[in-house]
Design a protein around this ligand. Structure first.
Ligand code: IPM
Ligand code: MG
Length: 364
Protein backbone atom coordinates (compact mmCIF):
# COMPACT_ATOMS: atom_id res chain seq x y z
CA UNK A 1 0.00 0.00 0.00
CA UNK A 2 1.00 3.59 -0.47
CA UNK A 3 0.36 6.22 2.20
CA UNK A 4 0.64 9.98 1.92
CA UNK A 5 1.97 11.60 5.07
CA UNK A 6 2.11 15.36 5.66
CA UNK A 7 5.25 16.04 7.67
CA UNK A 8 5.54 19.04 9.95
CA UNK A 9 9.12 19.08 11.18
CA UNK A 10 8.53 22.40 12.96
CA UNK A 11 11.05 24.12 15.18
CA UNK A 12 13.87 23.31 17.61
CA UNK A 13 14.64 19.59 17.71
CA UNK A 14 11.61 18.93 15.45
CA UNK A 15 13.54 18.31 12.20
CA UNK A 16 16.00 15.92 13.90
CA UNK A 17 13.43 13.72 15.62
CA UNK A 18 11.08 13.69 12.62
CA UNK A 19 14.05 12.67 10.45
CA UNK A 20 14.51 9.53 12.56
CA UNK A 21 10.79 8.73 12.60
CA UNK A 22 10.76 8.90 8.79
CA UNK A 23 13.80 6.64 8.70
CA UNK A 24 11.92 4.10 10.84
CA UNK A 25 8.79 4.35 8.65
CA UNK A 26 10.93 3.78 5.55
CA UNK A 27 12.48 0.74 7.19
CA UNK A 28 8.97 -0.61 7.98
CA UNK A 29 8.05 0.14 4.36
CA UNK A 30 10.96 -1.81 2.93
CA UNK A 31 10.50 -4.77 5.28
CA UNK A 32 6.71 -5.02 4.87
CA UNK A 33 6.27 -3.71 1.33
CA UNK A 34 4.59 -0.33 1.95
CA UNK A 35 5.46 3.04 0.49
CA UNK A 36 5.27 6.19 2.58
CA UNK A 37 5.28 9.45 0.62
CA UNK A 38 6.07 12.59 2.56
CA UNK A 39 5.03 16.12 1.90
CA UNK A 40 6.71 18.75 4.06
CA UNK A 41 4.36 21.33 5.57
CA UNK A 42 5.51 24.46 7.43
CA UNK A 43 3.96 25.27 10.79
CA UNK A 44 5.03 27.23 13.86
CA UNK A 45 8.08 29.49 14.04
CA UNK A 46 9.48 28.42 10.69
CA UNK A 47 6.17 29.32 9.03
CA UNK A 48 6.17 32.70 10.80
CA UNK A 49 9.68 33.35 9.45
CA UNK A 50 8.68 32.28 5.94
CA UNK A 51 5.08 33.52 5.58
CA UNK A 52 4.46 35.76 8.58
CA UNK A 53 1.78 33.44 10.04
CA UNK A 54 2.11 30.19 12.03
CA UNK A 55 -0.06 28.18 9.61
CA UNK A 56 -1.12 29.11 6.09
CA UNK A 57 -4.39 27.96 4.48
CA UNK A 58 -2.31 26.05 1.90
CA UNK A 59 -0.43 24.20 4.66
CA UNK A 60 -3.72 23.24 6.31
CA UNK A 61 -5.07 22.08 2.96
CA UNK A 62 -1.99 19.92 2.28
CA UNK A 63 -2.42 18.31 5.70
CA UNK A 64 -6.13 17.74 5.02
CA UNK A 65 -5.42 16.00 1.71
CA UNK A 66 -2.94 13.57 3.26
CA UNK A 67 -3.66 10.21 4.91
CA UNK A 68 -2.17 11.42 8.20
CA UNK A 69 0.16 14.01 9.70
CA UNK A 70 3.49 13.50 11.46
CA UNK A 71 4.55 16.42 13.64
CA UNK A 72 7.84 17.10 15.44
CA UNK A 73 7.35 20.14 17.66
CA UNK A 74 6.65 23.84 17.28
CA UNK A 75 7.68 26.94 19.19
CA UNK A 76 10.84 28.43 20.63
CA UNK A 77 11.93 29.97 23.90
CA UNK A 78 8.98 32.06 25.01
CA UNK A 79 11.59 34.81 25.54
CA UNK A 80 12.41 34.69 21.83
CA UNK A 81 10.92 38.06 20.85
CA UNK A 82 10.94 37.30 17.12
CA UNK A 83 8.07 34.84 17.58
CA UNK A 84 6.49 36.02 20.83
CA UNK A 85 6.31 39.80 20.69
CA UNK A 86 3.20 39.48 18.55
CA UNK A 87 -0.52 38.89 19.10
CA UNK A 88 -1.29 35.44 20.60
CA UNK A 89 -2.99 34.32 17.37
CA UNK A 90 0.28 34.83 15.47
CA UNK A 91 2.56 32.87 17.82
CA UNK A 92 3.92 29.42 16.88
CA UNK A 93 1.48 27.57 19.20
CA UNK A 94 -1.48 29.20 17.46
CA UNK A 95 -0.57 27.09 14.41
CA UNK A 96 -1.01 23.97 16.50
CA UNK A 97 -4.43 25.06 17.79
CA UNK A 98 -5.49 26.02 14.24
CA UNK A 99 -4.50 22.66 12.76
CA UNK A 100 -6.26 20.76 15.59
CA UNK A 101 -9.45 22.72 15.01
CA UNK A 102 -9.12 22.85 11.23
CA UNK A 103 -8.74 19.09 10.90
CA UNK A 104 -11.37 18.29 13.54
CA UNK A 105 -8.87 16.45 15.75
CA UNK A 106 -11.04 16.35 18.86
CA UNK A 107 -9.55 13.32 20.61
CA UNK A 108 -6.03 13.53 21.94
CA UNK A 109 -4.64 10.17 23.05
CA UNK A 110 -1.65 10.35 25.39
CA UNK A 111 -0.32 7.07 26.74
CA UNK A 112 1.82 7.20 29.90
CA UNK A 113 3.50 4.06 31.17
CA UNK A 114 6.58 3.08 33.02
CA UNK A 115 9.15 1.29 30.90
CA UNK A 116 10.94 -1.72 32.34
CA UNK A 117 14.44 -0.52 32.93
CA UNK A 118 13.55 3.15 33.18
CA UNK A 119 11.94 2.99 36.61
CA UNK A 120 15.03 4.59 38.19
CA UNK A 121 14.00 7.77 36.31
CA UNK A 122 10.55 7.77 37.95
CA UNK A 123 10.42 10.42 40.70
CA UNK A 124 7.93 8.40 42.80
CA UNK A 125 8.91 6.14 45.69
CA UNK A 126 9.28 2.41 45.00
CA UNK A 127 6.30 1.48 47.20
CA UNK A 128 4.10 3.88 45.21
CA UNK A 129 5.32 2.61 41.85
CA UNK A 130 4.52 -0.97 42.87
CA UNK A 131 4.02 -3.05 39.76
CA UNK A 132 4.30 0.07 37.59
CA UNK A 133 1.50 1.80 35.69
CA UNK A 134 0.10 1.92 32.19
CA UNK A 135 -2.56 4.51 31.43
CA UNK A 136 -3.92 6.43 28.48
CA UNK A 137 -5.20 9.96 28.81
CA UNK A 138 -7.98 10.81 26.37
CA UNK A 139 -8.11 14.59 26.28
CA UNK A 140 -10.82 16.54 24.45
CA UNK A 141 -8.84 18.79 22.10
CA UNK A 142 -11.03 21.21 20.16
CA UNK A 143 -13.38 22.65 22.77
CA UNK A 144 -13.48 24.15 26.24
CA UNK A 145 -11.38 27.09 27.38
CA UNK A 146 -8.99 26.82 24.44
CA UNK A 147 -11.65 27.67 21.89
CA UNK A 148 -14.34 29.55 23.82
CA UNK A 149 -14.89 33.25 23.34
CA UNK A 150 -12.23 35.44 24.94
CA UNK A 151 -11.63 39.14 25.35
CA UNK A 152 -9.73 41.70 27.38
CA UNK A 153 -11.51 44.98 28.09
CA UNK A 154 -11.27 47.97 30.31
CA UNK A 155 -14.25 48.59 32.55
CA UNK A 156 -14.26 51.85 34.53
CA UNK A 157 -10.47 52.09 34.17
CA UNK A 158 -9.91 48.49 35.34
CA UNK A 159 -8.65 45.83 32.94
CA UNK A 160 -10.69 42.66 32.86
CA UNK A 161 -10.06 39.46 30.88
CA UNK A 162 -12.60 36.74 30.09
CA UNK A 163 -12.16 33.18 28.79
CA UNK A 164 -15.19 30.98 28.26
CA UNK A 165 -15.49 27.25 28.94
CA UNK A 166 -18.15 25.88 26.59
CA UNK A 167 -19.04 22.27 25.81
CA UNK A 168 -21.94 20.91 23.83
CA UNK A 169 -23.23 17.41 24.49
CA UNK A 170 -22.15 16.44 20.96
CA UNK A 171 -18.55 17.38 21.71
CA UNK A 172 -18.59 15.44 24.97
CA UNK A 173 -20.26 12.37 23.48
CA UNK A 174 -17.84 11.88 20.58
CA UNK A 175 -14.72 12.03 22.75
CA UNK A 176 -16.33 9.81 25.40
CA UNK A 177 -17.05 7.19 22.72
CA UNK A 178 -13.34 7.21 21.74
CA UNK A 179 -12.34 6.70 25.38
CA UNK A 180 -14.71 3.76 25.86
CA UNK A 181 -13.58 2.19 22.57
CA UNK A 182 -9.97 2.42 23.71
CA UNK A 183 -10.86 1.01 27.14
CA UNK A 184 -12.50 -1.99 25.44
CA UNK A 185 -9.08 -2.92 24.05
CA UNK A 186 -7.38 -2.43 27.42
CA UNK A 187 -8.32 -3.07 31.05
CA UNK A 188 -11.90 -1.86 30.53
CA UNK A 189 -11.89 0.97 33.01
CA UNK A 190 -12.65 4.65 32.31
CA UNK A 191 -12.02 7.37 34.87
CA UNK A 192 -13.86 10.50 33.76
CA UNK A 193 -12.30 13.59 35.29
CA UNK A 194 -14.24 16.81 35.84
CA UNK A 195 -15.02 19.57 38.33
CA UNK A 196 -18.72 18.79 38.68
CA UNK A 197 -18.82 20.21 42.22
CA UNK A 198 -18.38 23.69 40.68
CA UNK A 199 -18.78 23.85 36.90
CA UNK A 200 -21.91 23.49 34.78
CA UNK A 201 -19.81 22.25 31.85
CA UNK A 202 -18.56 19.45 34.12
CA UNK A 203 -22.07 18.50 35.21
CA UNK A 204 -23.07 18.15 31.58
CA UNK A 205 -19.83 16.22 30.96
CA UNK A 206 -20.72 13.73 33.73
CA UNK A 207 -24.29 13.29 32.47
CA UNK A 208 -23.26 12.62 28.85
CA UNK A 209 -20.40 10.29 29.82
CA UNK A 210 -22.85 8.26 31.95
CA UNK A 211 -25.14 7.93 28.92
CA UNK A 212 -22.28 6.75 26.70
CA UNK A 213 -21.21 4.25 29.39
CA UNK A 214 -24.57 2.44 29.02
CA UNK A 215 -23.43 1.29 25.56
CA UNK A 216 -20.31 -0.29 27.07
CA UNK A 217 -21.56 -2.52 29.91
CA UNK A 218 -18.20 -4.32 30.12
CA UNK A 219 -16.36 -1.10 30.91
CA UNK A 220 -16.45 0.22 34.45
CA UNK A 221 -16.89 3.98 34.78
CA UNK A 222 -15.63 6.03 37.67
CA UNK A 223 -16.01 9.81 38.05
CA UNK A 224 -13.20 11.74 39.70
CA UNK A 225 -12.79 15.42 40.50
CA UNK A 226 -9.78 16.96 38.81
CA UNK A 227 -8.04 18.09 42.00
CA UNK A 228 -8.36 14.61 43.42
CA UNK A 229 -7.07 13.14 40.15
CA UNK A 230 -3.95 15.33 40.31
CA UNK A 231 -3.32 13.86 43.75
CA UNK A 232 -4.15 10.25 42.82
CA UNK A 233 -1.69 10.36 39.91
CA UNK A 234 1.22 10.70 42.30
CA UNK A 235 -0.29 8.61 45.11
CA UNK A 236 -1.54 5.57 43.25
CA UNK A 237 -0.94 5.81 39.48
CA UNK A 238 -1.51 2.07 39.03
CA UNK A 239 -5.29 2.53 39.57
CA UNK A 240 -5.77 4.20 36.17
CA UNK A 241 -6.49 2.61 32.82
CA UNK A 242 -8.17 5.25 30.60
CA UNK A 243 -8.56 8.82 31.89
CA UNK A 244 -11.16 10.83 29.98
CA UNK A 245 -11.20 14.58 30.44
CA UNK A 246 -11.79 18.00 28.91
CA UNK A 247 -9.16 20.10 27.12
CA UNK A 248 -7.60 22.19 29.88
CA UNK A 249 -7.69 19.51 32.59
CA UNK A 250 -6.17 17.10 30.05
CA UNK A 251 -3.36 19.52 29.23
CA UNK A 252 -2.37 19.74 32.87
CA UNK A 253 -2.92 16.12 33.89
CA UNK A 254 -1.08 14.75 30.85
CA UNK A 255 2.05 16.71 31.79
CA UNK A 256 1.78 15.33 35.30
CA UNK A 257 1.31 11.79 34.03
CA UNK A 258 4.27 12.08 31.67
CA UNK A 259 6.48 13.41 34.45
CA UNK A 260 5.90 10.37 36.64
CA UNK A 261 7.16 8.12 33.84
CA UNK A 262 10.39 10.06 34.34
CA UNK A 263 10.97 10.19 30.60
CA UNK A 264 8.96 12.69 28.61
CA UNK A 265 11.29 11.88 25.70
CA UNK A 266 9.57 8.50 25.41
CA UNK A 267 5.91 9.47 25.23
CA UNK A 268 3.94 9.50 21.99
CA UNK A 269 0.54 10.99 21.23
CA UNK A 270 -2.18 10.91 18.63
CA UNK A 271 -4.88 13.45 17.85
CA UNK A 272 -7.76 11.86 16.02
CA UNK A 273 -10.88 12.93 14.16
CA UNK A 274 -14.15 11.03 13.82
CA UNK A 275 -12.59 8.57 11.38
CA UNK A 276 -9.11 7.21 10.75
CA UNK A 277 -7.34 10.49 10.17
CA UNK A 278 -4.85 11.62 12.79
CA UNK A 279 -1.98 13.87 13.69
CA UNK A 280 0.86 12.14 15.52
CA UNK A 281 3.42 13.94 17.63
CA UNK A 282 5.65 13.40 20.65
CA UNK A 283 4.24 14.66 23.96
CA UNK A 284 7.29 16.82 24.55
CA UNK A 285 8.12 20.26 23.14
CA UNK A 286 10.68 21.69 20.73
CA UNK A 287 13.56 21.91 23.26
CA UNK A 288 15.32 24.80 21.46
CA UNK A 289 18.26 24.67 23.88
CA UNK A 290 19.41 21.28 22.57
CA UNK A 291 18.41 21.73 18.91
CA UNK A 292 20.93 20.78 16.24
CA UNK A 293 23.21 18.93 18.65
CA UNK A 294 22.22 15.36 17.77
CA UNK A 295 21.35 14.62 21.40
CA UNK A 296 17.52 14.78 21.41
CA UNK A 297 15.66 11.56 22.10
CA UNK A 298 13.76 10.52 18.93
CA UNK A 299 11.85 7.67 20.62
CA UNK A 300 8.63 9.60 21.37
CA UNK A 301 8.35 10.60 17.71
CA UNK A 302 9.18 7.09 16.53
CA UNK A 303 6.48 5.69 18.85
CA UNK A 304 4.07 8.34 17.51
CA UNK A 305 4.78 7.00 14.03
CA UNK A 306 3.94 3.54 15.40
CA UNK A 307 0.60 4.92 16.66
CA UNK A 308 0.01 6.26 13.15
CA UNK A 309 0.58 2.80 11.67
CA UNK A 310 -1.96 1.36 14.12
CA UNK A 311 -4.69 4.01 14.29
CA UNK A 312 -4.66 5.54 10.80
CA UNK A 313 -3.41 2.69 8.60
CA UNK A 314 -4.56 -0.41 10.56
CA UNK A 315 -1.02 -1.79 10.34
CA UNK A 316 -1.06 -3.37 13.81
CA UNK A 317 1.70 -5.88 13.14
CA UNK A 318 4.03 -3.18 11.84
CA UNK A 319 3.24 -0.91 14.79
CA UNK A 320 4.05 -3.70 17.20
CA UNK A 321 7.31 -4.36 15.38
CA UNK A 322 8.39 -0.73 15.89
CA UNK A 323 7.39 -0.83 19.58
CA UNK A 324 9.29 -4.08 20.07
CA UNK A 325 12.35 -2.61 18.33
CA UNK A 326 12.29 0.29 20.81
CA UNK A 327 12.02 -2.12 23.77
CA UNK A 328 14.89 -4.21 22.40
CA UNK A 329 17.17 -1.21 21.98
CA UNK A 330 16.48 -0.26 25.60
CA UNK A 331 17.03 -3.85 26.75
CA UNK A 332 20.33 -3.74 24.84
CA UNK A 333 21.17 -0.84 27.16
CA UNK A 334 21.32 1.99 24.64
CA UNK A 335 20.15 5.35 25.97
CA UNK A 336 19.99 8.95 24.77
CA UNK A 337 21.33 11.59 27.17
CA UNK A 338 17.92 12.36 28.76
CA UNK A 339 17.44 8.77 29.97
CA UNK A 340 21.10 7.89 30.47
CA UNK A 341 22.00 5.82 33.51
CA UNK A 342 25.16 4.24 34.87
CA UNK A 343 26.54 1.35 32.84
CA UNK A 344 24.46 2.14 29.73
CA UNK A 345 25.74 3.21 26.31
CA UNK A 346 24.92 6.83 25.51
CA UNK A 347 23.99 7.44 21.85
CA UNK A 348 22.86 10.45 19.83
CA UNK A 349 19.60 11.08 17.95
CA UNK A 350 20.73 9.55 14.65
CA UNK A 351 22.39 6.52 16.18
CA UNK A 352 19.26 5.80 18.25
CA UNK A 353 17.20 5.92 15.03
CA UNK A 354 19.64 3.62 13.28
CA UNK A 355 19.68 1.11 16.16
CA UNK A 356 15.87 0.96 16.14
CA UNK A 357 15.76 0.47 12.33
CA UNK A 358 18.30 -2.32 12.61
CA UNK A 359 15.93 -4.20 14.94
CA UNK A 360 12.95 -4.01 12.59
CA UNK A 361 12.88 -7.30 10.79
CA UNK A 362 10.00 -9.40 9.68
CA UNK A 363 9.31 -11.73 12.60
CA UNK A 364 6.67 -14.15 11.35
C1 IPM B 1 0.12 20.45 24.53
C2 IPM B 1 0.72 21.83 24.58
C3 IPM B 1 -0.21 22.78 23.84
C4 IPM B 1 -1.55 22.76 24.55
C5 IPM B 1 0.33 24.21 23.72
C6 IPM B 1 1.68 24.24 23.05
C7 IPM B 1 -0.64 25.12 23.02
O1 IPM B 1 0.94 22.23 25.90
O2 IPM B 1 -0.05 19.92 23.42
O3 IPM B 1 -0.15 19.90 25.59
O4 IPM B 1 -1.74 23.45 25.54
O5 IPM B 1 -2.44 22.02 24.09
MG1 MG C 1 0.53 20.70 27.33
Amino acid sequence: MEYKIAVISGDGIGPEIVGEAKRVLDRVGSVYGHTFRYEEVLMGGISIDTYGVPLTDEALETARRSDSVLLGAVGGNVGNSRWYDVAPNLRPEAGLLAIRKGLGLFANIRPAYLYDGLSQACPLKKEIIGEGFDMVIVRELTGGLYFGERRTEEINGVLQATDTLVYSETEIRRVAVKAFEIAMKRKKKVTSVDKANVLDSSRLWRKVVAEVAKDYPEVSLENMLVDNCAMQLVMNPGQFDVILTENMFGDILSDEASMITGSIGMLSSASLNEGKFGLYEPSHGSAPDIAGKDIANPIATILSAAMMLRFSFDLDKEAEEVENAVCTVLADQYRTADIMAKGMTCVGTKEMGRLICERIRRNG
